[in-house]
Design a protein around this ligand. Structure first.
Ligand SMILES: C[S@@+](CC[C@H](N)C(=O)[O-])C[C@H]1O[C@@H](n2cnc3c(N)ncnc32)[C@H](O)[C@@H]1O
Length: 256
């Protein structure tokens, strides 16, 4: 596994836009070595893993499903020249300057012909969908045979994600403001497919093969300090097989 050094790591989204050094300084000394290890793992999944997944797609038609305001795929260094962004929110897509080709639509009803794309990238959208069977069915339909999928989403068992299932968008916005968290939009989050088991089940049932699940994510709340310590302790637990569901992020890859 090729690992990028933490110094070169891009900041995870929502990390208060702190530099790596600022983040590290916020971590109590006793946890620093451990935090560096976590950040390195996070950097690997947040960047290197996705670049490797995108190998060979430079000139292929790639769908960024739920591209929103800022397409992580196009930011990731590898020049993929033919990404098509899709999102229901026209205003969000207008803000998105990283994509040239954008279409308004929803994942439940993709406005594309069968077998159009060589790959589908879907970052931070699966927590918002209400009909996962329909969405993965649509992914299967618009993919070419042999096409690949990468889905990045939240794990519902992460204690910071779980309450989102029950809180309204307004309540979540209020919490984000109180905690001085960066908000790039808040959307309903019913978490219908956000466990390892459900991802595997829905994707396999739709016909996908080579379904693989990865767990990653690192604490991105740095204040107050006692809260950060609590998070780091939870991450220790989340590194064990029994409690790995506590990890913040779930990533799935598969092929048609
Ligand atoms: C948290 S943003 C993620 C945006 C982008 N993928 C990223 O990683 O920065 C979630 C996006 O999912 C979109 N979304 C929510 N439900 C959707 C659906 N059913 N079909 C397509 N997009 C949806 C929202 O409009 C929003 O832009």
């Amino acid at each position: 596994m090729s690992v990028i050094t933490p110094e070169k790591q891009e900041l995870p989204k929502g990390a208060f836009r702190m530099t790596y050094e600022q983040q590290l300084a916020a971590v109590p000394k006793v946890f620093r070595a451990y935090w560096k290890k976590l950040a390195e793992k996070n950097g690997y999944y947040n960047k290197t893993f996705i670049l490797e997944w995108a190998d060979g797609l430079e000139d292929a038609l790639v769908l960024d499903a739920g591209c929103g305001q800022d397409s992580t795929l196009s930011r990731r260094g590898k020049p993929l020249r033919r990404i098509v962004g899709l999102d229901p929110l026209r205003e969000d897509m207008q803000v998105n300057r990283t994509l040239r080709h954008k279409t308004q639509g929803v994942l439940e009803e993709l406005p594309f012909a069968d077998e159009t794309f060589a790959a589908i990238h879907c970052d931070s959208v699966f927590e918002h969908i209400t009909d996962p069977a329909r969405v993965v069915g649509q992914f299967y339909r618009v993919l070419k045979p042999g096409g690949r999928v990468l889905i990045n989403t939240n794990s519902v068992f992460n204690p910071f994600m779980y309450p989102n299932k029950f809180l309204s968008v307004r309540q979540r916005e209020w919490i984000k403001k109180k905690m001085r968290m960066a908000s790039e939009g808040t959307y309903p989050a019913p978490y219908r497919i956000n466990t390892r088991r459900r991802l595997v089940r829905y994707l396999s049932k739709a016909g996908f093969r080579d379904v693989r699940i990865y767990r990653w994510g690192v604490p991105n709340l740095y204040r107050p300090r006692w809260f950060l310590v609590l998070q780091l302790l939870m991450e220790l637990l989340a590194e064990t097989p029994l409690f790995c569901g506590l990890k913040h992020r779930l990533m799935a890859t598969c092929r048609k």
